[in-house]
Ligand binder design. Sequence first.
Ligand code: PLP
Length: 385
Amino acid sequence: MLASRTHIAASATAMVHGLVQDLKRQGHTVYNLSIGEPNLPNAPEIQNGALEAIERNQNAYPPSPGFEEVRETAAAWVNRTCGTRFAASNTLVTAGGKFGIFLSLQALVEAGDEVVLVAPHWVSYPSMIQLFDGKARVIQSHMEKGWKISPEELAAACGPTTKVVILNNACNPTGSLYTREELAALLAVVPPHCWILADEVYSGLCYDGRPYASCGQFEEYADRSIVIQSCSKNFGMTGWRLGFVFAPASFIEVLIKLQGQSITSASGLSQWAALAALQNAEHIQRSVREALEERRNIFIEGLSARFSPFPKPAATLYCFLPLSYFGVSHQDDIRFCKELLEQAHIALVPGTAFGSPGFVRCAFGETPEHLVACLDKLQEYFKKS
Ligand code: PLP
């Protein structure tokens, strides 16, 4: 018999992705707004970073914490772009931000511990919490309030058994972004016995010139703050599976042991590609952000023109729409997405996957041409129905 911990939900985004691939294999054109990644070619520097490592025959096991050069360069990068003060000893190089979150929760959560998170939330948090026998304590945020919670709501959710508070800024799936002042007010009410797990993998995708505020900027909480970062969205490197954890050195030491006894290390080749990205971060991040800001504008302006005005998300590559936006009277987002995929081959992700039924997530990481084709198809479908 399998261990009971295997009874976790499959990733809803991965499931939709699988259905999309099935339809494509059957020869259908799929209008894909489900995919949470920038559809962009890698910058030549990233490609060369990996190619040169192959030519140098760098094929040995990397050290578990990550190559020292990568740790140092990653710390310098996050300090420059997010105003933090991390050293190489505060840095773990790992297989994507996702595994960084997994390792951090593995290190912290024991049976019965509560983990506070805000819905709509990234699909994987509840399953990871469940894997470590923790209890998710969910604060529901609301569209009318810009999908942001207040310090009062956060304070009320934290209790003596709260071990971790997850703050995902900017937020997948809503695209909301807390300012430094808002973040400071939230952090101030997190009880001193709680760890702060700051998932900041979208820090580079803030639009209209908005600055990014990192939880790592607040020295007063540095001894219990963990910042998750990633090359995936910042540099358009999702497939390389490369991310970072920045945290107190003693915590990183624990994660190094956990990583060493599980995956050994992040892939060496991906680390060399990431090093090249980090060394050329300013212009690579700018070009990824500019491309996605353009796609956000095309998508939201196109949606607003075809349906009704909808505000542009401040960050990320997502917008989170209520079903009523499309004029449907029911609240069954799973049925809605299923019908849309079956009848029009349009792929969205149901809000239920993010803990918020009655909504759908649209991702605008696809090419401008594809986004326009999706918008036309959406309009055609809803005109008919
Ligand atoms: N955190 C959030 C909020 C995400 O949306 C994602 C990916 O979609 C991740 C973490 C994991 O990113 P990766 O493992 O690609 O670095």
